[in-house]
Design a protein around this ligand. Structure first.
Ligand code: DGL
Length: 263
């Protein structure tokens, strides 16, 4: 495998682009291919078998495109399918999980909130991690029903989104949380809106930066970190319309290629 081979990244839709941004910031010389499976979003309410099948499909597309490593930029796909992906394929695979551990270690109020999909919160992997780190802490788990479809539509800042966020954070605020864990890669796009609504005592955390660091570490370990000095090729493929990805990635206009593709 060549060091210049791309890093492959997939998500159920546009949300994982928040993780792509962290990876690109830390590893600006790396070529990347991002797959947004928006035609099948949201994954969050699907069965484990469906999430596994979709994750296998996306992984195989990225392998066929010559990727050297795969980042599953979706908490729902990671918590339901990563073990199977790692068993089936030799390629290194990095996943994303809700950042419960740092929140649990840093909370002073001993109460933390987690917003994630039904698929993530009901997974065995999530339960294992949560049980390991939150024994003496109260964890308010809320399913962010309806948030992903609105983000997929690009309806950031909408009244509908605001109403849902107020509903989902109310029980957390009543339980006096001081950490809000965003356990879905779509949700970092909600941070500006959440920050306006939440008291300053609540710290919002997500796992994007940790995933980028993990990606760099893995590439170092397998000696596949790119040494290229040329501008990287940054490709995005979606199986739905390109509008929302274009909007969410507007600061990279001219540097990235976004295309529609069936997969
Ligand atoms: N972005 C995904 C996650 O991190 C999944 C959202 C969905 O498709 O329901 O969980």
């Amino acid at each position: 495998m060549k060091k210049t081979a791309p890093i492959g990244i997939f998500d159920s839709g546009v949300g994982g682009s928040s993780i792509w941004k962290e990876i690109h910031q830390l590893l600006p010389n790396e070529n990347t291919i991002y797959l947004a499976d928006s035609a099948n979003a949201p994954y969050g309410n699907r069965s484990e078998a469906e999430i596994v099948a979709l994750s296998i499909k996306n992984t195989e597309v990225l392998i066929s495109m010559g990727c050297k490593l795969i980042v599953v930029a979706c908490n729902t796909a990671t918590t339901n399918a990563i073990d199977i992906l790692r068993t089936n394929y030799n390629i290194p695979i990095i996943g994303i999980e809700p950042a419960i551990k740092p929140a649990a270690l840093q909370t002073r109020s001993k109460s933390i909130g987690i917003l994630a999909t039904k698929g993530t919160l009901s997974s065995t992997l999530f339960h294992k991690t949560s049980e390991a780190f939150t024994k003496d802490i109260s964890v308010i788990e809320i399913v962010g029903e309806g948030l992903v479809p609105l983000i997929e539509k690009g309806a950031l800042g909408s009244k509908e989104l605001q109403k849902l966020l107020e509903k989902y954070t109310a029980p957390m605020l009543a339980a006096k949380i001081d950490y809000l864990v965003l356990g879905c890669s779509h949700y970092p796009y909600l941070i500006p809106q959440l920050q306006k609504m939440l008291p300053e005592t609540v710290t919002i955390i997500d796992s994007g930066e940790a995933v980028a660091r993990q990606t760099r570490l893995m590439l170092e370990n397998i000696a596949l970190l790119s040494e290229e000095k040329e501008l990287p090729e940054l490709q995005f493929y979606t199986n739905a319309e390109i509008d929302t990805l274009t909007f969410l990635l507007k600061e990279f206009e001219g540097k990235i290629h976004i295309q529609k593709k069936e997969f």
